[in-house]
Structure formats: C-alpha cells, structure tokens
Design a protein around this ligand. Sequence first.
Ligand code: ZN
Ligand code: ZN
Length: 138
Amino acid sequence: MKSQRTRSQEKIFHLLKSLNRAISAQELYAELYQRQEYLGLATVYRALDALKLEGSVQVRTLSSGESLYSLIQQDQHHLTCIHCGQSIAFTECPVHDLEDKLEQSHGFKVYFHTLEFFGLCDRCQPDESNSTPKMENE
Ligand SMILES: [Zn+2]
Ligand SMILES: [Zn+2]
C-alpha cells in the first residue's frame, strides 16, 4: 500500500525516470533548477528519502561518501577498486538466469539486484615485471 506522494516527490520520481541514470541529490537539485522547478535542496533530500522508503528509489554510496540515487528498475553491476575507489559499471548481467530460477523455486518476485565486485583496478595492481622477488635466506 503506497502512501500519497507529495508533488515534489512526484517531480523527482519523473525526473529520475527521464534521466535513466544514477544521480546525486546535488545534481538532481541542479537539473530541477534548469527545468524551472525551484525545490530547495532539503526538500530534494526529504523527497528522495520518502521515495526510498516507498521502494521506488535505490541509493548507492560511493567510497567518496557521495550517494547516487536511481529508480529501482535498473540492475546495477560494478567493479570497485578498494585502493583508488573508482567504480566501473558494466551492463551485462551474469545472474539473469539465476534470477529466473530463484523466482520459480521461491515464488519470489525479484525487483532488482545489485552486484559489486571488489578488488584492484588495472592502475592499482602492482606491476609484476618491476617487482623484485624477496630472498628468503639472506
Ligand atoms: Zn584503483
Ligand atoms: Zn544483473
């Protein structure tokens, strides 16, 4: 059962839908401003919170502490470097079949999933050719 949305929640919901990408609250605020929708930043945050609780919006927090908001219908897949914090999104879904199987075996309606792999990006990996092997007995 959905509670009534406020007008600002509706505006933000439709903007997220038309943008079709993850966006920070600050960016959303700027986008709204460009469209002559002068909502305060606090209102934007409140509306995003309400949409999140309603199950319409998902939040992903980057290692920089920035939160990105998007509508829940998109699956998210990322490779995240634990060293520099960069996040690489990829679109191919390795678990689509699993999702179908889970829906059938558990009678569960899956709305979305997130998949995040952690490790080192190519720039942060130690250069194998340069590393000198340590001597065990010296
Ligand atoms: Zn890195
Ligand atoms: Zn997927």
